[in-house]
Ligand binder design. Structure first.
Ligand code: OAD
Length: 231
């Protein structure tokens, strides 16, 4: 089968070897915190300090980590693949772009961005974001982390859906397949004729939906796949 359009979905597993914790499993972010306490609009309304502190700590951590060979390989694929390509990341870190990826969508938001709950403008943001910070665009004291909370709509779903439907190859990397809508992209891709491949450390909840699964660390599997695609 000729491959022209590639869609890649990444999750926390691609950043694990850079030193960023994944969500589920031992030492996962959701082991130390209840999702409902830090990742819902209700949590923000109830205890903004806790929610802001959780994301401030994660934002600060970005300064200590670097892209790993998996991010670098995807950036190389992006730079050299002549056909359509889209990297959809569920990650809120900035490691894909720091590695050089350009055709990238952060569907769950970004740590280095703040969102105004009043006017909806997003602002580049580094450092701490105290509750009540004022929006540079409209002045309202309602800046919040630009993170898609549970119960909120992920970003740029129209573009994502169009790309997934066009895909000849759909690759999922380092995601547990536990969170929708991302976990359902593989079914859409398959339904529209794409080949589907999962790269993950261990079998995931969604492995059965993929034609092929390769098990191992992303820093090994992703450069190998990119080598095959660019050969
Ligand atoms: P999870 O923590 O649910 O899953 C991470 C996956 O990566 C697991 O299947 C691991 O086996 C795998 N993994 C770990 N280390 C790896 C490595 N070195 N190489 C390859 N794979 C590895 O994270 P996500 O699937 O990204 O949403 O979670 C999805 C969403 O749930 C997140 O975007 C977040 C969370 O709630 C929001 O915050 C909105």
């Amino acid at each position: 089968m000729d491959i022209e359009n590639i869609v890649i979905l990444t999750g926390a597993g691609i950043s694990a070897e850079s030193g960023l914790a994944t969500f589920r499993g031992p030492d996962g972010l959701w082991e130390g915190h209840r999702v409902e306490d830090v990742c819902t609009p209700q949590a923000l309304a109830r205890d903004a300090d806790l929610v802001h502190r959780f994301y401030d700590e994660r934002r600060a951590k970005l300064a200590e980590v670097s892209p790993n060979p998996a991010h670098a390989a995807l950036a190389k694929l992006d730079a050299n693949w002549p056909g359509g390509l889209l990297i959809i990341t569920q990650n809120v870190d900035d490691l894909h772009e720091r590695a050089g990826a350009r055709r990238l969508i952060h569907m769950h938001g970004e740590l280095k961005s703040a969102l105004c709950a009043a006017c909806g403008e997003a602002e580049a943001w580094d450092g701490a974001l105290p509750p009540g910070s004022s929006c540079p665009a409209c002045g309202a004291p309602q800046l919040r982390p630009d993170i898609v909370f549970f119960g909120e709509m992920p970003y740029r779903m129209d573009e994502i859906d169009a790309a997934v439907r066009r895909a000849d190859l759909f690759v999922s990397i380092g995601t547990s397949g536990a969170v929708y809508p991302a976990a359902g992209f593989v079914q859409t891709a398959r339904h529209h004729g794409a080949r589907t491949l999962e790269l993950n450390l261990e079998p995931s909840a969604g492995s059965y939906l993929f034609e092929d699964t390769r098990l191992g660390p992303a820093s090994v599997l992703v450069p190998a796949l990119v080598g095959e695609l660019l050969a």
